[in-house]
Write a protein that binds this ligand. Structure first.
Ligand code: ATP
Ligand code: MG
Length: 176
């Protein structure tokens, strides 16, 4: 289905604005100008992925900021949720996507959770043909990156428009 991807991103960030503000965190969204207004995507699954990542970022951050950045190039969106939170130890990094995995740090375990958010996120990402990765430094913050193809609907390319002008009627001759 064609979805309003900017609307979806705005909506999700708005949804968490109060929760972030209550912890004194800034929450910002930075979207690539090249992201089309409409793309082909599975809105429900995409929304769930974003909600899981943003809610974790807020939950595991005590001060600073959460930034959601979207880059777009050649039909591929790179969505990053970055926080300045507690971070994840190197020994836990490759396990956080496993079900019921809550990490070994007391800081993380002091937050409520059952360890399913990221496991679900990884399944949803793979169903959508996407890819999710994490980088993190304990005490500094984490960055979750989700890459997915978000094709824009077909539009006449510059080449085909110019091609049409060669064979079709292009109007009266004019000086350019
Ligand atoms: P649930 O999402 O099921 O409520 P949860 O948040 O503990 O519980 P996941 O979202 O799967 O579970 O995350 C797994 C673990 O990964 C967390 O318990 C936490 O240790 C770590 N983690 C996830 N996101 C972050 C983050 N942004 N910063 C620091 N640690 C994180
Ligand atoms: Mg979670």
């Amino acid at each position: 289905d064609l979805i309003d991807i900017r609307g979806l991103l705005d909506h999700i960030v708005d949804m968490f604005r109060m929760q972030a503000a209550a912890k004194g965190l800034t929450l910002t969204l930075d979207v690539d100008d090249r992201l089309p207004a409409q793309v082909k995507a599975d809105e429900k699954r995409l929304r769930q992925i974003l909600i899981n990542l943003v809610s974790n970022a807020i939950k595991y951050t005590q001060s600073g900021s959460i930034v959601v950045t979207v880059r777009y190039r050649s039909q591929v969106a790179d969505i990053e949720v970055r926080d300045t939170g507690i971070g994840i130890a190197a020994s836990d990094l490759n396990r956080v996507f496993e079900p019921f995995e809550r990490g070994n740090s007391a800081e993380a375990q002091s937050q409520p959770g059952i360890g399913l958010g990221l496991a679900i996120t990884r399944v949803l990402a793979s169903v959508l043909g996407g890819d999710i990765a994490v980088e993190s430094t304990p005490g500094v913050g984490s960055s979750f990156r989700f890459r997915i193809m978000l094709p824009a609907p077909m539009v006449a390319s510059r080449a085909s428009v110019q091609g049409a002008r060669i064979t079709g009627y292009a109007g009266p001759p004019r000086t350019v």
